[in-house]
Design a protein around this ligand. Structure first.
Ligand code: NDP
Length: 283
């Protein structure tokens, strides 16, 4: 039998990179599906980003992920952008098509895919806490998925305003900004509540969202972007009040599933990837 010793390469460029668990999740999927593909976790300093992208192209990489601090900076090194990446203004997944590197953003797509297992966002009213990169990706994809209204609650007014203007200007969904001064009550007619801030992320697991937990009602879906730990204080409180909940592992796993589909064309088993992460975080 003819042997092939040339694996197809993918990976991640970030700084820091050591605590990024994506490699464990993606390689679990490659192994499970018998794909002779590798995912190399690389620490790339900002001033070397262009060299790294050209290196990946020279070595025939099928694509790669970009994480902090490269999600915006990588754009100038790419050949094209997908539609939502263009609106969001940030890229987390690069896909090789022929000789071109195309920038996509799967953070929000992964979130929406995970959300669809619980509720279809079409026609739904959303309250999102945060207006950083994750909130931007998630709210743009929810808007493109047909959410009827999005209320952004953010600590810094300017960043919140920028996101609201982006949603109103570039999507068909109406968005409004609510100041976050003191404990915020979620309006009764809200369908979906999302924490897209970094509050609750390990090691600050006791840090809490300043939100009136008694304004969460059964019928609302409450989602948290925090994947470590997956069962955050917000999700435990929401569950105790009868809400359906969605953890950050769903977003992380599904953005990976979508990325691997872009690269390999294979629909990989999300449960294998979720289990790989659960083993890491002992969730
Ligand atoms: P950014 O730094 O871009 O944004 C952070 C956001 O959190 C801002 O809106 C910031 O508000 C807000 N924030 C931070 N601390 C506080 C605080 N003490 N009180 C109120 N608001 C606060 O980060 P990202 O958007 O990239 O990431 C946010 C989180 O999402 C991260 O923890 C990350 O782990 C998670 N994430 C999860 C993914 C997944 O796949 N599960 C994918 C991507 C991200 P302000 O504007 O006022 O500073």
């Amino acid at each position: 039998m003819e042997k092939n010793f040339l694996s197809t390469l993918t990976g991640s460029f970030a700084m820091p990179a050591a605590e990024n668990p994506t490699v464990a999740m993606v390689e679990a999927a490659y192994r499970h599906h018998g794909l002779d593909w590798r995912y190399i976790n690389c620490e790339v300093a900002p001033h070397f980003l262009g060299d790294a992208v050209r290196g990946a192209k020279a070595m025939g990489w099928a694509g790669f992920n970009c994480s902090i601090p490269h999600k915006v900076a990588v754009i100038e090194h790419l050949d094209e952008l997908g539609r939502s990446a263009e609106i969001i203004g940030a890229v987390n997944t690069i896909v090789r098509r022929g000789d071109a590197f195309i920038g996509e953003n799967t953070d929000g797509k992964g979130f929406v895919q995970a959300m669809r297992e619980v509720i279809d966002p079409r026609g739904k009213s959303v309250v999102i806490f945060g207006a950083g990169g994750a909130a931007r990706a998630v709210s743009v994809e929810l808007a493109l998925a047909g959410a009827s209204a999005i209320t952004v609650v953010n600590r810094s007014r300017d960043t919140g305003r920028t996101l609201v203007d982006l949603l109103n200007g570039k999507t068909g969904t109406s968005a409004e900004l609510r100041p976050w001064n003191g404990s915020v009550a979620v309006p009764r007619d809200t369908d979906i509540v999302i924490n897209a801030t970094s509050i609750g992320l390990y090691p600050n697991v006791d840090q809490r969202l300043d939100i009136d937990l008694d304004s969460l009602h059964p019928g609302m879906v409450v989602a948290d972007g925090i994947h470590n730990p997956p069962r955050t204080h917000l999700l435990r409180s929401a569950e105790a009040r009868g809400c359906r909940v969605l953890d950050g592992l769903g977003m992380l796993v599904n953005q990976g599933v979508i990325g691997i589909k872009y690269w390999t064309g294979v629909d990989v088993d999300a449960s294998v990837m979720r289990q790989a992460l659960k083993n890491l975080f002992q969730a």
